[in-house]
Ligand binder design. Structure first.
Ligand code: SF4
Length: 263
């Protein structure tokens, strides 16, 4: 199978810096067709992407990983996207319930090493269940989140499940996102209004104080705030040589070699 490396995407990524999120979503829809899905954790940036997908009527399914220990507000937000935005939300789940996992391994999320194992089993592996079904996944990372995401590219190869990750909101600032949500009355997870700047599992997420970093509420019990679950390639170690395998015609369409899909 032909390979596509992160280095192959340098020119395209530079070109895309000037594009709006909607233009990037349109490009993705044209290039990947029914091999495109979005991934949302039902946080506010994901809400913006879901709203755009809904209003643009692109027919892109949304993948949601339900770890089995999500806040009810998060599940309710997912259900509102289905009902009010007409989105096809596909819920992915880990193999074991949290009770089964705890019985076998103990309470993993209480230690640094255990957190990695727990997040891999409950977040990364469920997404890997659809490996091969999609050539590209739309995410909602933004550089203004800081940390490892401060330099996240718009297009990134994801070696975990051999897809291209597309971050159409990479350049969107906090102010722009708040304005979009306000102007379009976007459905957002009500936990944001309760002080949660980012939202994950109920075991590992707390609200943050006004002066804390945005991700301070994630894995607070493990110390430094720069902890990630590993579901996003931007949060993992990456390099120009990282490569994924895709059909040649898909690579040609991505790089605009044989089509007029480039924008
Ligand atoms: S966030 Fe916590 S509970 Fe959720 S998968 Fe990761 S370690 Fe487990």
């Amino acid at each position: 199978m032909p390979k596509l490396t992160q280095a192959d995407l340098i020119d395209l990524n530079q070109n895309f810096e000037e594009r709006t999120p909607q233009e990037l979503l349109q490009w993705a829809s044209q290039v990947f067709g029914d091999k495109l899905a979005a991934v949302s954790a039902m946080q506010e940036a994901g809400s913006v992407v879901c709203h755009m997908l809904s209003t643009m009527k692109l027919g892109v399914p949304v993948l949601f990983v339900d770890t089995g220990v999500m806040f009810q507000e998060t599940l309710d937000t997912r259900d509102r996207f289905i009902k009010e935005y007409g989105l096809n939300v596909i819920t992915l789940r880990p193999k074991q319930t949290m009770a089964e996992q705890t019985k076998e391994f103990g309470i993993l999320y209480l230690t640094v090493e255990g957190q990695k194992q727990c997040c891999h089993a409950r977040k990364v592996e469920p997404l890997n269940q659809v490996a091969g079904q999609y050539h590209a996944l739309v995410g909602s990372l933004r550089r203004s989140e800081g940390g490892k995401r401060a330099v996240c590219p718009i297009l990134q190869v994801d070696t975990e499940n051999s897809t291209i990750r597309i971050n159409p909101l990479a350049m969107m600032t906090d102010e722009q996102m708040a304005a979009y949500i306000h102007d379009h009355n976007v459905i957002v997870n009500p936990l944001h209004a309760q002080g949660f700047s980012t939202i994950g599992c109920n075991r590992c997420t707390t609200p943050v104080l006004p002066n804390e970093p945005k991700r301070a509420g994630r894995w607070r019990h493990l110390g430094p705030w720069s902890v990630y679950c590993g579901i996003n390639p931007a949060d993992r170690e990456a390099g120009a040589k990282q490569a994924i395998e895709l059909p040649q015609d898909v690579i040609d369409r991505i790089l605009g070699r044989e089509t007029d899909f480039s924008i």
